[in-house]
Design a protein around this ligand. Structure first.
Ligand code: ARG
Length: 553
């Protein structure tokens, strides 16, 4: 049993019948206070009209002797663990293929809606956050045993297709039409949209092409299909580089025909009403702006589409929750549509994970300023720069990719998704400090150490941490399952990134203080096994962030 659960049961034994799911143990801020501390006795004292110190004492009575307890200050529990307990817990992690990450998600399904770029446009650096954060959340939930459906909700339907069809027919050369690329689609869209702005006839033609498409006109439908296929092929090229895989690509078009029924339902349950020709849902009780579900021209919108989408996902997968990863400018949309979904009685937990904007080398990313960096270019640049770093050490293109992509991902994932971030090459690729390459390097170093110690009998060895730095590292390794759980609960891969960085730092101070290969047995083997466990935890942790761990750098 991990320490938090152990202390939680002591709370339960001291105060039977209460819910103590909030009880948590955290590593002590200073080793002189012990190994861990728990401050939760303070929270319950009031409820039982006790002095906090007395409440803490009552909990302490119920903790067995493998843990030394001291009550400090107003009622903190300072905990010092015995070597035997520690060694048993390390073995538990070592022996478990999941490194003791609890399989709490077993038998539960969730849908994660992420990346979701708009078709017929090249992915740019702004798309990296949804893709990378979404993919890490996806991996973290799978690690907890959840059955995850990764769904790429492509923007593949809407008015832009009328403009595109006109642009394709009128603004591209025959050769461009034959060898159609996403770049050309983007180009003809821009040209056609500009014309529509100044030329009414052009605008009307775009609209007419859109109507034809919506009514199932064969020529337009097959053009649309071609635009989508080309877009997906291009996106897949990015995803393959980033190690991102989706289970399904149900874009907005998939839900198109379900929208009228959604509106019918809203009308039938008195949730929608007419307003200035449009159909709206009043959300004043939720203190939100009204949501339009059918425009005055009869068209549906993003809200209607997402409502149809929820209904379809609930029907097809019966997930316990759906997680949406998008930029924070969509917060109102998600609040509105989650409220309406709740009113409609959909039995599913809906979660929006909003992320802040990303700037590039200190500059805002904007189409108008012309510094909209393509994702493709960012990734190539990452490989180029990494190659410059590794080529002198005999590294090849594959190593450069692992490091470059790892650097790009970690630069994003090491920040709380909710914050705005700036992407900076020097910081992302730094070999020292909180970066992807630093962690990959720490992993490669420990692997090379283990390779040198060929004669060590790992299975027969027990890890018995004795020195303070050994013990500190060992305690930190026990926190791995907790870090994964907390990252999932908060929908923040940064929680796991922070944990991994701290762990690597503790490893490095352990390594500086404790000779490994030059120690005598049994110390040498014990330390080697601690190193091995550190390597496993680091590898698995980085894997959950979607970052590769080359064996050699
Ligand atoms: N395509 C949208 C965008 O580019 C994101 C879609 C998010 N998912 C959803 N179900 N609304 O911003």
């Amino acid at each position: 049993m991990d320490l938090s659960s152990k202390i939680r049961s002591a709370f339960e034994a001291a105060f039977p019948g209460e819910d103590f799911s909030f009880v948590r143990v955290v590593p002590a801020t200073d080793p002189k206070f012990g190994d861990y501390q728990c401050n939760d006795a303070l929270k319950i004292a009031k409820k039982f009209s006790m002095k906090p110190r007395d409440a803490a004492a009552k909990v302490a009575e119920n903790i067995d002797s493998s843990i030394k307890v001291e009550i400090a200050g107003p009622g903190f529990l300072n905990l010092t663990v015995g070597t035997e307990w520690l060694s048993g817990e390390l073995k538990r992690i070592y022996d478990d293929k999941n490194l003791a990450v609890p399989q709490t998600g077993e038998g539960k399904k969730i849908v994660i809606d992420y990346s979701s770029p708009n078709a017929a446009k090249q992915m740019h650096i702004g798309h990296i956050r949804s893709t990378v954060i979404g993919n890490a959340i996806d991996r973290i939930f799978r690690a907890l045993g959840y059955d995850v459906i990764a769904d790429n909700h492509l923007g593949d339907w809407g008015t832009q297709f009328g403009i595109l069809i006109m642009g394709y027919r009128q603004c591209l050369s025959e050769e461009e039409r034959e060898n159609l690329t996403v770049a050309n689609l983007e180009k003809c869209y821009v040209l056609s949209a500009a014309k529509a702005k100044e030329d009414e006839t052009w605008k009307d033609s775009c609209r007419a092409e859109l109507v034809k498409l919506q009514q199932g006109d064969e020529a337009n439908l097959s053009l649309w299909k071609r635009f989508i296929d080309i877009s997906i092929a291009e996106f897949d090229r990015m995803y393959a580089q980033l190690g991102v895989k989706f289970d399904t690509y149900r874009g907005e078009s998939y839900y198109n025909e379900m929208m009228p029924a959604v509106v019918e339902k809203l009308l039938a349950s008195d949730l929608a009403k007419e307003s200035e020709g449009a159909l709206v849902v009043d959300l004043s009780e939720e203190k939100l702006a009204v949501a339009i579900v059918r425009k005055s021209d009869g068209g549906y919108n993003y809200t209607t589409s997402d409502l149809a989408c929820v209904e379809s996902r609930v029907k097809d997968y019966a997930p316990e929750r759906i997680i949406y990863v998008t930029d924070d400018r969509q917060q109102l949309h998600f609040k509105q549509f989650f409220s309406i979904a709740a009113k409609l009685g959909h039995n599913v937990k809906l979660v929006h994970v909003p992320f802040g904007l990303m700037s590039y080398q200190g500059k805002a990313i904007s189409t108008r300023e012309g510094n909209l960096i393509k994702l493709d270019d960012l990734l190539s640049e990452a490989v180029k720069r990494s190659y410059d770093i590794v080529k002198d050490r005999g590294g090849d293109e594959n190593l450069a990719k692992a490091i470059g992509f790892g650097a790009v991902k970690y630069a994003d994932l090491s920040h709380d998704p909710a914050t705005a971030i700036d992407f900076n090459w020097d910081k992302a690729l730094a070999l020292e400090g909180n970066s992807g390459p630093y962690l990959q390097y720490a992993y490669a170093r420990v692997q090379s150490l283990l390779a040198k110690a060929q004669d060590f009998d790992c299975e027969a060895t027990e890890i018995l941490p004795e020195t303070p730095s050994e013990k500190r590292l060992a305690l930190q390794l026990l926190e791995f399952p907790g870090a994964v759980v907390r990252a999932a609960e908060a929908y923040k891969p940064s929680v796991l990134a922070d944990y991994l960085f701290q762990t690597a730092q503790l490893y490095s101070s352990f390594y500086q203080n404790s000779p490994v290969l030059k120690s005598d047995e049994p110390l040498r083997s014990r330390r080697l096994k601690l190193c091995l466990l550190f390597g496993r935890v680091l590898k698995r942790g980085l894997e959950l962030l979607g970052i590769e761990t080359p064996e050699r750098i």
